[in-house]
Design a protein around this ligand. Sequence first.
Ligand code: PLP
Length: 403
Amino acid sequence: MTAAMPRADRPDGYLTSAKRVAGWLRPAWLEVDLARVTANVAHIARTVAPARVCAIVKADGYGHGAVQVACAAIEGGASYLGVALAEEGHELRQAGLDVPVLVLSEPPPEAMRMVVEDHLTAAVYTAGGLSALLDAARAERRDSGAGCAPVPVHLKLDSGMHRVGADESTFAELAAAVAGQPELVLEGAFTHLAVADEPGNAYTGEQLRRFDAALAGLEAEGTKPHLLHAANSAGALCHPEARYAMVRPGIAMYGISPGPLVRAHPAVAALQPVLSLKAQVSFAKEVEAGERVSYGLRYELAHRSVVATVPLGYADGVPRRLYEAGGEVLVGGRRCPIAGTVTMDQIMVDCGPGAGVRTGDEVVLIGRQGSEEVTAWEWASRLGTIAYEVTCGLSPRLPRIYV
Ligand SMILES: *Cc1c(COP(=O)(O)O)cnc(C)c1O
């Protein structure tokens, strides 16, 4: 009764609607709601004012598309962009974005010429990094003649996370070294918080005290960078004392809570999720009770049931473990279990006995359908990870639709 229907029988047959929606033949896609990025950034900007907002769009905008997200963030009030790599900054410049772009980790020496040519702002925390940047700034002056503006530098202090950053004495030495170079200007100084998503954890205060002490040290030597920043999303929204002159939200812009302990904070609860992962049923059939589904035959049907195939898999960022972890998708406004092992390009879904599910029906893997919702955090808690890893793991093979 609910075997796959010929496409011609469906006025809204999936080839037509997939083309209309995705501009692609493939009926599996990401929907990115850019108006929500703008609204989330506007909310963050209001919350942290007068601090500025540096919108973090590294890792292709946490899997949402860096250029599109950056434009939407600027519309919402962001006046700086942040990336992990010089190459990511280059991509923003190629797209014509001309706001300041901070490269959050010190670029390797070979990348410093790109930093200077693309007018990126490098994080610096080693003497070697500073000298490579200075060489690149001098080379640029030589090649393009006098009149180049000095190259901005943001020094990074390691205030206790111990990922990257200078210790307090190196920080002071680097500040003095920048001050002595006409090709460079010390525009900013920053640090990064390790536990800002744990509101009761006193270590955030301890990190800020170390940052303040290092800044006081610079000031005593007559150096005062004006653009100070420390806060990621959780810091910006939940720790007013971490805001300084600028904040660096990433995950919050995408409408996702930085962690379970801050989810109920009013400034976090106001965020709206931006990304949905959707597909259309590519094949549907009834399968007899006792039959088993997918590689390894691990899912056994207790009843005769409608099994739908959905054309996306682990090559698209649906983790193979999601089946064992109890993953569910939304079909016809209902939660249905993933039936058996996730394969590279397809998953099967148990839609239940007599379900009227047909080829072309919408399947929501992340996002809302009717009154049901699956969030990136739902996947993350099933899989023992964080929502950041879920959205960053969605593959570029998935077409992205901006709505
Ligand atoms: C990724 C990153 C951020 C943004 O962190 P969120 O938790 O996504 O807000 C800010 N600053 C630095 C240095 C980062 O690496």
